[in-house]
Design a protein around this ligand. Structure first.
Ligand SMILES: Cc1ncc(CO)c(N)n1
Length: 222
């Protein structure tokens, strides 16, 4: 029996929905999110993205083929060139300097999530690592689509968070998401039911850690 990404997501549907449709995301879409909560999230997301770039570098190290290496490189590139560049610019617009970003302490939710991914990748193989990374890449791509599908979402100048949605709905980000799903579908096609259950656990854990990351932002917790 061949597995695929949709089955992985459906095996964790309640966690996946709680992540995509979190109050932080809803309020961001409505434009009602507290600026302090967004600023706290932005700062921690800078630290998060640096650790995630390391995780994609680990994926490159663990890649046995040129095709796998290219996929890891695409993920690293999406984070370093696209997301982090925009993120630093975006933080500046929200009054957070690069100097301030570099001196930030990590919130516990940031540490828990990023170190979970790095540990899963170190302990396991390339597929374990990509499954741990999937809620990040695929989730934010789907969050942008979900926000656009809701009638409550405000777009344009009326929403102070419009540029955030624009980043994740961009063609670059959406195609990075699609490439990750294709890679996962190719790999998942060959796994046994027992292996699939192990991967469901990893996907569920990482999704729950994404929920904690939103909670951390919303409640401005360290
Ligand atoms: C916490 C988190 N998850 C996913 C993404 C998307 O890369 C992000 N920037 N931050």
């Amino acid at each position: 029996m061949a597995f695929n990404f949709t089955q992985l997501q459906q095996a964790c549907q309640s966690e996946w929905d709680a992540y995509l449709q979190h109050d932080f995301v809803r309020q961001l879409g409505d434009g009602t999110l507290a600026a302090g909560a967004f600023r706290h999230y932005l700062k921690q997301d800078y630290l998060f993205l640096i650790q995630f770039a390391r995780a994609f570098a680990l994926a490159a190290y663990k890649s046995p083929t040129l095709e796998d290496l290219r996929q890891a490189k695409a993920g690293l590139e999406a984070i370093v060139d696209l997301e982090l560049g925009l993120h630093i610019q975006y933080c500046r617009e929200w009054g957070i300097s690069e100097q301030e970003l570099q001196a930030l302490p990590e919130a516990r939710a940031t540490m828990a999530y990023t170190r979970y991914v790095l540990d899963t990748g170190n302990r396991g193989d390339l597929l374990d690592l990509h499954v741990a990374l999937a809620p990040c890449l695929v989730g934010y791509g789907q969050i942008a689509q979900w926000l656009n599908s809701r009638s409550e979402t405000l777009r344009g100048e009326q929403n102070p968070y419009d540029a955030w949605i624009a980043m994740y709905e961009s063609d670059e980000f959406q195609s990075a998401t699609a490439a990750e799903i294709d890679w996962l579908n190719r790999e998942l096609a060959d796994v046994s039911p027992r292996r699939f259950e192990q991967l469901v656990r990893i996907f569920s854990d990482a999704t729950r850690l994404e929920i904690d990351f939103w909670d951390m932002g919303l409640n401005q917790r360290m």
